[in-house]
Write a protein that binds this ligand. Structure first.
Ligand code: F6R
Length: 610
C-alpha cells in the first residue's frame, strides 16, 4: 500500500526522501514522486514505475531544499502513471500533498472544485486535497488543514508542504498509519518505522484525528479538530536496523524464512513460567471467571493471518472444547455476526493496520465482545484498539509474502489454547508439560528443515513451468495447504488451489492431468491411510505427487513421486514445521521464474484500504 516519507532538516533532502521511500518499497507500489521546497517555491518530480525511474529524473534535474515529502503509490483511483503519482498540487503549486488511504467523498468535492475553476491533472481522489488547501487557505496553514480535514470522508495519512511556510512540514493521520521521527536538528514523517531508522530511533506514533507540525527543531502534536495540543512520550524503537536489512540473504523473504526459529523462541520467551512450565500471558492476566464466561470464540483476519486463524480454531477447540468460528474480516464486517458480551473476538494481523480486520474489530467491540488482537507491530491501530494484545515478536517483516509472522501467529494460538485450557482446568500438569516440551523443541526442528533445503530448492525449480499446482491435506493439514497455495500463487504467479483431499473427487479431480504437480501433506497419523487413498486417485490420473510427512513414515514413499520428511512433533503442532518446505518451494519457484520475490506484482504489504 502507499508509503509516505517526509523530511525537514539540513541534510540532503532529496537523498533522504528517496532512501526512505526505498525502505517502504516492501509495501508494494507502482509509481513514486517527491516534492521539495527550495525556500521560495515547491518543485515536484514524479515517475510511473520503480524508484529507479524517479532517481534518473532526479539525477538529470536534482531538487534542492530543506523540506520535502515523498510517496510510493499503489494505484486505487486511476491507473499507474506519471500524472496519477503523488505528490499532488493545486494549480499554482501553493501546496503539495502526499496521501495514503481513500477519500470516499472525492467525487462531490472534485465536482465542486472543478465548477469553481480548478484544473485537475490526475484521476486520483488525492488531488482534491491540494485544491481544497488552496481554496480554503486563510493565511494560516494549520487552520487551513483543519478546515480541509473537516471536509474529507474516508481514510487518510497526509504529508503537506506549503509555499507559504518554508520552515514547516505538516502531517495528519486518520485511519491510515503515520509516524513522526524525532532527530537532532531534523525531523521526519513516515508510514513505517524502517524508513526513519537509519536517522533516529525516537518516534511518535500518530493517532487517528491528530496532526503534527514539524520544524527542524520541534514537533508539535495536536488534535486536528480542536487544535488542542497533545503531549505524548516518544516511543523508543528497540529493534535493530539490521533486522530491517537483508543481512547477506538475497531476499527479505528468504531471510525471514530463516529467522523463524529465533522468532518462535522470542514469541515463546516470557510467556512460559520456567518453574511450572505453564503458559502465562502477563499481558492478558485473565481470571478464571472471565474465561469461563466466553461461550464462543470468533477469529477474524485476512489472507495468511486468516490461515493462522484456522489453526487457532483447531487449537482452541481441541484444547478447551469451546466452539470457534473463523472468518475473513471483509465478510464478517458486512454480515450481522452473532457476537455479544459472551464472545471472545480475536483479530489477527501482522501489520495491525489491515482495514477490514480493524473494521471487524471495531464492530465486535460495538457488539460488546471482549477483543484480543494478535499483531506483530507495536503501536499499530489493531494493537491499540483491542482490549488485549498478544504481540508476536517476529521482528519487522518486510517481504510482502508473510512467513515468520504466520508461524508466530500460529504459535501464539497454541500458547493461547493452552493458557485458556489452564484457566478452564481442562489440561493436566502432565499434558501441559508435554505440550510445552514439544513446543520448545520446535525452533531446533525448524533449523533442521531449513539447513537441509537443497532438495526443496530442486523441487521448487522443477515446478516453475507448471500450469497449475494443487495442495492437498486433511484436518489441520488443509489449513497448511491453503497457506502453501497462497504463498505459491502470490510470488510465482502460478495458478494454485488447496483442497481438503476428500473433497477433490467432487469436481476438482477433473483438472488433474499428466504431470500436474500435487503437494500433499501427511502429518496427521490418524488420517494417513485416507490421504494415501486420495494420493492414489490423483496418481492414477498422471499427477506428480510430493508428500510432506513426518520422518519415519516411510510407507508414503511407495505412493508418491517425491518425499519431504519433517521432524516429529505432536500432531496439533505439525503446521509449524510442515509450512516451512512450502514457503521454501514458493520462494525457489519464484526465483527460478525471475520474479520480484519480495515485491510481487499487484500486492501490498499493508492493506490499509478496503
Ligand atoms: C500473504 C500475506 C497477506 C496478509 C494479509 C493480512 O503472504 O501476507 O495475505 O496476510 O494481507 O495482512 P495483515 O496480517 O497485516 O493483517
Amino acid at each position: 500500500m502507499c508509503g509516505i516519507m517526509g523530511y525537514i532538516g539540513q541534510q540532503h533532502t532529496q537523498e533522504i526522501l528517496t532512501n526512505g521511500l526505498k525502505k517502504l518499497e516492501y509495501r508494494g507500489y507502482d509509481s513514486v514522486g517527491v516534492a521539495i521546497h527550495d525556500g521560495e517555491e515547491v518543485h515536484v518530480t514524479k515517475a510511473e514505475g520503480r524508484l529507479d525511474n524517479l532517481a534518473s529524473r532526479l539525477q538529470d534535474a536534482p531538487l534542492q531544499g530543506s523540506i520535502g515529502i515523498g510517496h510510493t503509490r499503489w494505484a486505487t483511483h486511476g491507473r499507474p502513471s506519471d500524472e496519477n503519482s503523488h505528490p499532488h498540487t493545486d494549480d499554482e503549486t501553493e501546496f503539495a500533498v502526499v496521501h495514503n488511504g481513500i477519500i470516499e467523498n472525492y467525487i462531490e468535492l472534485k465536482d465542486e472544485l472543478v465548477a469553481e475553476g480548478a484544473t485537475f491533472t490526475s484521476e486520483t481522489d488525492s488531488e482534491v486535497i491540494a485544491h481544497l488547501l488552496t481554496k480554503l487557505y486563510d493565511g494560516d496553514v494549520v487552520s487551513t488543514i483543519q478546515k480541509v480535514v473537516e471536509k474529507l470522508d474516508g481514510a487518510y495519512a497526509l504529508g503537506v508542504v506549503s509555499r507559504h511556510t518554508p520552515g514547516k512540514l505538516y502531517a495528519v493521520r486518520q485511519a491510515s498509519p503515520l509516524i513522526i521521527g524525532s532527530g537532532n536538528g531534523e525531523n521526519f514523517i513516515s508510514s513505517d518505522i524502517p524508513a526513519v531508522l537509519e536517522h533516529t530511533r525516537d518516534v511518535y506514533i500518530l493517532e487517528d484525528g491528530e496532526m503534527a507540525v514539524l520544524t527542524e527543531e520541534s514537533i508539535s502534536l495536536m488534535d486536528v479538530t480542536t487544535g488542542k495540543s497533545i503531549s505524548r512520550d516518544l516511543f523508543r524503537v528497540d529493534w535493530d536496523m539490521e533486522q530491517a536489512e537483508k543481512n547477506g540473504f538475497d531476499h527479505f523473504m528468504l531471510k525471514e524464512i530463516f529467522e523463524q526459529p529465533k522468532a518462535l523462541e522470542k514469541t515463546m520467551a516470557g510467556r512460559v513460567d520456567k518453574e511450572t512450565n505453564e503458559v502465562d500471558f502477563p499481558e492478558l492476566a485473565w481470571t478464571e471467571e472471565q474465561v469461563a464466561k466466553w461461550d464462543k470464540v470468533h477469529i477474524v483476519a485476512c489472507g495468511t493471518a486468516y490461515h493462522a486463524g484456522l489453526l487457532g480454531k483447531a487449537a482452541i477447540e481441541e484444547l478447551t472444547r469451546t466452539p470457534v468460528d473463523v472468518e475473513v474480516a471483509s465478510e464478517f464486517r458486512y454480515r450481522n455476526p452473532i457476537v455479544n458480551e459472551n464472545t471472545l473476538v480475536i483479530a489477527v494481523s501482522q501489520s495491525g493496520e489491515t482495514a477490514d480486520t480493524l473494521a471487524a474489530l471495531r464492530q465486535s467491540k460495538e457488539l460488546g465482545a471482549k477483543t484480543l488482537s494478535i499483531t506483530n507491530v507495536v503501536g499499530s491501530s489493531i494493537s491499540r484498539e483491542a482490549d488485549n494484545v498478544i504481540l508476536t515478536l517476529a521482528g519487522p517483516e518486510i517481504a510482502v509474502a508473510s512467513t515468520k509472522a504466520y508461524t508466530t501467529q500460529v504459535l501464539s494460538f497454541y500458547l493461547l489454547g493452552i493458557y485458556l485450557a489452564q484457566k478452564k482446568k481442562q489440561i493436566t500438569p502432565e499434558q501441559n508439560a508435554q505440550y510445552m516440551a514439544a513446543l520448545q523443541e520446535v525452533p531446533e526442528q525448524m533449523e533442521e528443515i531449513l539447513f537441509h533445503n537443497d532438495e526443496i530448492k530442486e523441487y521448487g525449480e522443477s515446478i516453475k513451468d507448471a500450469k497449475s499446482v494443487f495442495f492437498l491435506g486433511r484436518g489441520i493439514d488443509t489449513a497448511v495447504a491453503l497457506e502453501g497455495s497462497l504463498k505459491l500463487k502470490e510470488i510465482s504467479y502460478i495458478h494454485s488451489e488447496a483442497y481438503a483431499a476428500g473433497e477433490l473427487k467432487h469436481g476438482t479431480l477433473a483438472l488433474i492431468e499428466e504431470g500436474t504437480p500435487i503437494i500433499s501433506l501427511l502429518t496427521q497419523e490418524k488420517l494417513y491411510d485416507k490421504m494415501l487413498g486420495n494420493i492414489k486417485e490423483v496418481s492414477a490420473r498422471g499427477a506428480n505427487v510430493l508428500g510432506v510427512t513426518m520422518r519415519g513414515n516411510v510407507k508414503v514413499t511407495q505412493y508418491v513421486d517425491e518425499t519431504c520428511f519433517i521432524p516429529e512433533t505432536y500432531s496439533l503442532f505439525t503446521p509449524l514445521l510442515s509450512v516451512l518446505p512450502l514457503q521454501l518451494i514458493s520462494y525457489y519457484t519464484s526465483l527460478a521464474l525471475g520474479n520480484d520475490v519480495d515485491k510481487p506484482r499487484n500486492l501490498a504489504k499493508s492493506v490499509t484500504v478496503e
